[in-house]
Design a protein around this ligand. Structure first.
Ligand code: 13P
Length: 254
């Protein structure tokens, strides 16, 4: 761990109604009472529950983010939401380029770059997700893939905006599989991501960028992952749906 912000993020994906969102956040609040943590704790419910989430999280220290956002501000784009709409709700964070969006919804490095540019024109903190699939890891191309994804996503970021970008390394083979990356694999991948950022924006910008690890994070493996020098937080899927296990992860992160 360096001096970078620690973030413990819960990506709820396609789970929980608005009322389940409220009860989970209230339960999380109860579990976090009295727990001193240096981390920013953020949950990412589906769009329709964001307003409820903001309301339930008020005064708790828990922050709320969206799972995606479009790059245009208004117009004939059925089904989309804009950065200004999310900001108006009082949101703090947005996920970009999650591998599930890449796999199922046609997301590419180029569309991630467009979304990121729109986000950086506003006030949200983007968490840009990258990660290799199993075949890429097994064929030894992880480094190339991560470099391509980082360069592709960050290519239009102005130098004075890089300090607002958070990265997440999510190896696709570790997502929802129970196969967490070993702390060493995670640390090596984070180092590669940091090198790509350094090549684009300089070493000190890279050293200040928080990089989260995601992929089968659980209360039992959080502390060892977080003890790695390049791991600045975790992006949790399944284990964030239960307030008890997510609170345990926050506790384990220190
Ligand atoms: P799991 O924690 O369920 O593996 O999901 C990780 C993830 O995709 C978080 O964005």
């Amino acid at each position: 761990m360096g001096n970078r912000t620690t973030i413990i993020a819960g990506n709820w994906k396609l789970n929980k109604t608005a009322s389940e969102t409220r009860s989970t956040i209230l339960a999380l609040r109860n579990r976090l009472v009295g727990l001193s943590t240096r981390a920013e704790v953020v949950v990412f419910p589906p769009f329709v529950s964001l307003e409820t989430a903001i309301d339930a999280a008020r005064g708790t220290g828990v922050k709320v983010g969206a799972q995606n956002v479009f790059w245009e501000q208004s117009g004939a784009y059925t089904g989309e939401v804009s950065t200004a709409m999310l900001e108006a709700l009082g949101l703090n964070f947005v996920l970009l380029g999650h591998s599930e969006r890449r796999a199922h919804f046609g997301e590419t490095d180029a569309t991630v770059a467009r979304r990121l540019e729109a986000v950086l024109h506003g006030t949200l903190t983007p968490i840009v997700c990258v990660g290799e699939v199993l075949e890429e890891r097994e064929s030894g191309t992880t480094g190339e893939v991560l470099a391509r994804q980082v360069e592709g996503a960050l290519r239009d970021v102005a130098p004075d905006h890089i300090g607002r970008v958070v990265m997440a390394y999510e190896p696709v083979w570790a997502i929802g599989t129970g196969k967490t990356a070993s702390p060493l694999i995670a640390n090596d991948a984070h180092t590669l991501i940091r090198s790509s950022i350094a090549a684009m924006f300089g070493r000190s910008a890279a050293d200040e960028t928080a990089i989260l690890y995601g992929g089968s994070v659980k209360p039992e493996n959080t502390a060892t992952l977080m003890s790695e020098s390049e791991v600045d937080g975790v992006l949790v899927g399944g284990a964030s749906l239960d307030a008890g296990s997510f609170a345990e992860i926050v506790r384990a992160a220190g």
